[in-house]
Design a protein around this ligand. Structure first.
Ligand code: AMP
Length: 122
C-alpha cells in the first residue's frame, strides 16, 4: 500500500513550526504534547510526533524504532506530568475516515482528570 500524502499546512504542522501557539505539557526530540484547544474531558492532552506522519497506520509502518518508542514514552510522561496516573486516563488515536480524524497529523488524545465514562456512548 502506498504512503498517504502529508499536508504540511495542517494545524499541528503549523504548531510544530511555531506559527500557532500551544500550551505545552512535554517535549522531546521526537514528540510534543500540549493541551487540546476544545477539551473533551477535564484534562485533554494531545501528543504529536515531530515527524510528518498522517496517522497511526502511517506511523506504525514507516516510523523508526526510536520515533516509535519515543512516542509511547511521551504519552506516559505527559499523563504523569498532568497528574493523571493516580486516577487513570484513556488514550485514543483516530485514524482515517471511519474514526472521524480531523487533523491529518498523527496524534494521541489523553483524556482524564475525571471519570470519563464508557468507551462509546450508548
Ligand atoms: P481528531 O479529531 O482526532 O483529529 O482530533 C483533533 C483535535 O485537535 C481536536 O480534539 C481539536 O480540538 C484539536 N485541535 C485543533 N486545533 C487545535 C489547536 N490549535 N490547539 C490544540 N488543539 C487543537
Amino acid at each position: 500500500m502506498s504512503r498517504p500524502q502529508y499536508d504540511d499546512q495542517n494545524i499541528f504542522a503549523r504548531i510544530l513550526r511555531g506559527e500557532i501557539p500551544c500550551t505545552k505539557v512535554d517535549e522531546c526530540d521526537h514528540t510534543l504534547a500540549f493541551f487540546d484547544i476544545a477539551p473533551q474531558a477535564k484534562t485533554h492532552i494531545l501528543v504529536i510526533t515531530k515527524g510528518a506522519y498522517v496517522d497511526m497506520a502511517d506511523f506504525a509502518a514507516h516510523a523508526s524504532e526510536a520515533e516509535q518508542s519515543a512516542f509511547v514514552r511521551a504519552i506516559g510522561r505527559a499523563a504523569q506530568k498532568a497528574g493523571l496516573e493516580e486516577g487513570g486516563y484513556r488514550i485514543i488515536s483516530n485514524t482515517g475516515a471511519d474514526s472521524h480524524q480531523e487533523v491529518p497529523h498523527l496524534h494521541m488524545h489523553i483524556l482524564g482528570g475525571e471519570p470519563i465514562g464508557p468507551l462509546r456512548a450508548s
